[in-house]
Design a protein around this ligand. Structure first.
Ligand code: FAD
Length: 455
């Protein structure tokens, strides 16, 4: 199987779909309890959103979490099946019902972009319309010799549709890359984007004796359907007093203003995308309808605005991808038990991580999101003192990791209560896993594999 085959007879065998933050936590907890674990990941590397959701300037947190995930997966009794997308390369039903596993754990995160609510959006993906997940994946893999996916070009005058933290990340990537190109055209080669992000655009320009206006750029617009005060950059504390709520709203506005200043983009609130402007088979712009807010309700007005742009990036939320064979309830899996992520009709299936929160962002991933203060969000977005950033990121991450640990604990207890795996079932699990590993060319140990697909 691999060099990590344990010599003791395992009590159970469990498949984990997804080997990132949540999957690795569950794998670790189960392996330490004497369970034989099979981690199936669609990607060559098991780092999930840490690799492909966080823009690459969070390098300190990334390196730490990469090491953490590797340590958890590189231990006796844990077997890795990379490049294996469940639902495509292996059927979910077969995994849950035929391989012989004692249990299957969904730890596959939230990788589907919520569709942009305008007619025919799907027809223009890649023709001027992009979604946040593939956009950030491509950005993070620029220069990665192992990356085989699409690459996209940041364009001046882009429109980002969104309002959460991830939409600000997208706006930052676009603004920085466009400014980088404009500077290069003037003979100033700002190669290190991570340094550029830390400094911000105005400071970098000042050092070069320039102003933003000198670049002759149109700049990008972040379009949001509500007001800055409503942006989900900070969670609404439960039972917040009106005074507390006012403070949260003021913080959200301040965070947005700082981001706009440091990364030179503009904001248009109370604007709901209505339709794409198409010319010669490509996106040439977006029409947005002004809305009015009545309490939490948005009321459409008669005012329509046209945004002429060659590029729209939609960043309105990440949700779980449907798993062929499993029913969804709207955007989510219909869990009957949200603590253990259990599903009707699959008594041996559990879930952990973003697939259960149903959203792919820190606010949603944290158990006590309302405790994330303005300072932490500013640090995360690169708006505070760079010296404090690493500690703030780690604090944010600890909130997510501790939730995954609690889920892993619950799943381990439920697995321990299940009947021991039979020898025949274990033999079949091992045989099928070996066939799949051979198919994807996995040989040797986990660390051999990681070395092969990294660097
Ligand atoms: C500081 C900080 C910043 C964050 N910023 C962001 C952010 O910008 N964007 C964001 O989305 N989240 C962000 N998060 C939240 C992040 O998503 C969670 O912290 C955490 O990484 C989610 O872990 P997960 O294991 O549930 O999901 P993921 O990290 O998404 O991992 C899921 C894994 O499952 C695999 N997988 C998916 N489908 C399949 C399948 N069908 N078959 C096999 N494998 C599959 C994936 O390849 C992946 O490895 C942030 C968190 C922190 C702490």
């Amino acid at each position: 199987m691999s060099s990590s085959q344990s010599s003791a007879v395992p009590s159970h065998a469990v498949a984990i779909i997804g080997g990132a933050t949540a999957g690795a936590e569950v794998a670790d907890r189960l392996a330490k309890a004497g369970v034989e674990v099979y981690v199936l990941d669609q990607n060559p590397r098991p780092y999930g959103k840490i690799e492909d959701g966080l823009p690459r300037w969070h390098s300190a947190l990334r390196n730490k979490e990469y090491a953490n995930i590797r340590e958890k997966l590189d231990q006796p009794g844990v077997h890795f099946l990379p490049n294996t997308k469940v639902g495509k390369d292996v059927s979910f039903d077969a995994l849950a019902k035929e391989w012989g596993f004692s249990a299957v754990v969904l730890a596959c995160g939230a990788w589907r972009d919520r569709p942009l609510p305008v007619p025919n959006a799907d027809d223009y993906v890649g023709k001027g319309l992009l979604y946040q997940n593939p956009f950030i994946i491509a950005f993070n893999h620029k220069g990665d010799p192992h990356y085989t996916g699409e690459h996209y070009e940041s364009m001046d005058g882009a429109v980002v549709v969104g309002g959460g933290l991830a939409s600000i990340d997208v706006a930052k990537v676009l603004s920085l890359e466009v400014a980088q190109k404009a500077l290069a055209a003037r003979g100033h080669h700002v190669e290190d984007l991570e340094e550029f992000e830390k400094k911000g655009i105005p400071k970098q320009l000042e050092e070069l004796g320039l102003k933003y206006e000198d670049l002759g750029l149109k700049g990008l617009t972040l379009l949001y359907r509500r007001n800055p005060e409503d942006m989900p950059l900070m969670a609404e504390p439960p039972d917040a007093t009106p005074e507390r709520m006012e403070k949260v709203k003021a913080s959200r506005k301040k965070i947005l203003e700082k981001a706009m200043e440091k990364f030179c983009f503009t904001f248009e609130g109370l604007s709901a995308p209505e339709k794409l402007i198409i010319e010669e088979g490509r996106v040439a712009g977006l029409v947005a309808r002004k809305v009015r807010q009545e309490g939490k309700k948005l009321v459409p007005t008669d005012e329509l605005n046209e945004y002429r742009t060659p590029l729209i990036v939609s960043s309105i939320g990440s949700i779980p991808e449907p798993m062929p064979g499993l029913k969804m309830n709207g955007e989510l899996f219909p869990f009957t038990d949200w603590d253990l992520g259990r599903l009707d009709g699959y008594p041996n299936v559990f879930s952990a991580g973003n697939v259960v929160t149903g959203k792919g962002n820190i606010i949603a991933s944290r158990k006590h999101a309302s405790q994330i203060g303005e300072h932490l969000v500013e640090q995360f977005l690169g708006l505070g003192d760079p010296a404090g950033r690493k500690a703030a990121e780690e604090e944010l991450f600890e909130g997510v990791a501790s939730k995954a640990r609690a889920q892993a604990e619950g799943i381990a207890k439920a697995v321990a209560a299940a009947p021991r795996i039979t020898e025949a079932a274990l033999t079949e699990v091992r045989r099928r896993a070996r066939v799949q590993q051979d198919k994807v060319g996995f040989k040797g140990s986990f660390s051999d594999w990681i070395a092969k697909v990294s660097g």
